[in-house]
Design a protein around this ligand. Structure first.
Ligand code: BES
Ligand code: ZN
Length: 460
């Protein structure tokens, strides 16, 4: 089975492939909002049907939340590896809707200064990416009647909302999900140009807190001065999260944070990451954060604490002199090395409690806790893939870190005892999770061709 006709077929079929992706993008599968539960279900059905159309034996598997899609197709010689491909069909909410230049669920091709893009929510994260893999399989099957490897397809519909059903599902279906290596397409190119195989991911811990003071909102002229203001307390506490050097002040936070090994420091330095362009692209120019660290270290191998949202009192139009009863915040921590999310959660809560003045109480809600992941790159697929990706992108592939979190990779290891190779074609300016999300048509086309090459290299 030769690769070249598969690549040619991918090119001649690109328009049809784009149409198929558009069909999936039209389904508003926002997992976090219960109003879209039926749409999540529809997206799962759509994937089942599409996989069936290329001969995959596949079904929709219910969970207490949104369904999983699990399918299998044979391929390759007896000794060809068995791969498990993972992607997520759910997307982030679209708000603020007024910042979109078009309906987020009415995909279109747009010509931009950077080339043609597919504009829609989920185009990059992760429907466009997961379809690159399916399209590569479709082309192989259409050209040669079969795939070069056995493949299990696994699609989740709750990734963007903390994957509540994932661990029980993996535990229950362990046998069905055995494979030699997992593949995940949910990451990006290094500096939007260079194919990157991700060797480490940060973990994530979410905490929501409500500080409560007076038993109702008060007039700030009548009570201000004599009564405690929970927003003032909250901002003071959150203001204490970092010191002047950017170090996080929660006790024990840095337990388990490793220093970068000299080998990795050398490897990352050789990537010659352009910090100025990276920040310049989002309207910034001065690196914030720990001043004695390189930019890649800050993004890939240092832990963070960020305030993701903060509200309370009166935030509507005009002005209201209120002394609020409550103050709210959402805080998240990106974790590295062996940092223990559960210990950090406890330490954070105790640290907040210890700073509360009289008459103020706090309630916490936890939002998911995943450890950082370090990939084992010894499976031959890593070198085989690295060798062929360069031909597609015109740059040798690199081993890189990723500042984002993809907890499923850790669960594949701990529950299925399977290593994961993460490769993806997203660009830094895809605006994932933001208004006007896009996926470059180039990412889509070269992404499909890349997977065709990887399947060829790994299967033979
Ligand atoms: N595709 C992203 C992960 C990602 C982010 C990769 C940035 C490359 C760069 C994924 O869908 C995601 O958004 N993950 C969440 C975590 C999840 C548990 C909500 C994240 O990283 O915030
Ligand atoms: Zn995402």
């Amino acid at each position: 089975m030769t690769l070249d006709p598969v690549l040619s077929r991918i090119d001649s079929d690109l328009e049809a492939a784009t149409d198929r992706l558009f069909d999936l993008l039209r389904i508003p599968s926002i997992s976090t909002d219960p109003a879209y539960a039926a749409d999540c279900d529809r997206a799962a059905d759509w994937l089942v049907k599409d996989l069936q159309s290329i001969g995959v034996e596949v079904g929709k598997r219910p969970t207490p939340g949104h369904p999983m899609v699990l399918g299998h197709i044979d391929g390759g010689d007896a000794d060809a590896p068995h791969l498990l491909f993972y992607g997520h069909y759910d997307v982030q909410p679209v708000d603020p809707l007024d910042l979109w230049d078009r309906d987020p669920f009415d995909p279109a091709l747009e010509d931009t200064a950077g080339g043609t893009v597919i504009r829609a929510r989920g185009s990059s994260d992760d429907k466009g990416q997961l379809m690159t893999f399916i399209e590569a399989c479709r082309a192989w099957i259409a050209e040669h009647g079969r795939l070069p490897c056995k493949i299990t397809f696994f699609f989740e519909g709750e990734e963007e909302s903390g994957s509540p059903s994932l661990i029980p599902f993996l535990e229950e279906h362990k046998e069905l999900m055995q494979a030699d290596l997992a593949l995940i397409c949910d990451t990006g190119l290094f500096e939007s140009r260079v194919p990157a195989i991700i060797t480490q991911l940060r973990g994530l811990l979410g905490e929501e807190l409500v500080l409560k003071g007076p038993d109702k909102d008060l007039h700030s002229g009548m009570y201000g001065g004599a009564s405690i203001n929970p927003i003032r307390v909250l901002t003071r506490i959150l203001g204490n999260l970092h010191d002047d050097q950017g170090r996080i002040q929660v006790p024990g936070f840095y337990d388990g944070v490793p220093e970068l090994s000299p080998e990795l420091a050398k490897q990352w330095k050789a990537l010659e990451f352009d910090h100025a362009t990276f920040l310049g692209d989002v309207g910034l120019n001065t690196p914030a954060g720990e001043q004695d660290r390189s930019a890649l270290e800050m993004i890939w191998s240092r832990p963070t604490a960020e305030i993701n949202g903060i509200w309370g009192g009166y935030t509507g139009d005009g002005f209201k002199t209120v002394l609020p009863a409550e103050a709210h915040a959402k805080v998240s921590f990106r974790l590295v090395g062996h940092q223990d999310p559960h210990a950090i959660r406890e330490n954070f809560r105790a640290w907040v409690q210890a700073q509360l003045p009289a008459d103020v109480t706090v309630e916490f809600t936890g939002h998911g806790a995943s450890k950082a992941g370090l990939m084992n790159t010894t499976h031959p697929a890593f070198e085989q893939s690295r060798a062929v990706l360069g031909a597609e992108w015109g740059h040798d592939a690199v081993f890189a870190g990723c500042g984002g979190s993809i907890p499923v990779a850790g669960h594949f290891k701990s529950i299925l005892e399977m290593d994961t190779m993460l490769v993806g074609w997203a660009k830094d300016d895809d605006q994932i999770h933001s208004p006007n999300e896009k996926y470059d048509l180039e990412s889509f086309r070269k992404g499909i061709r890349s997977w065709a090459r990887v399947l060829d290299a790994v299967g033979s």
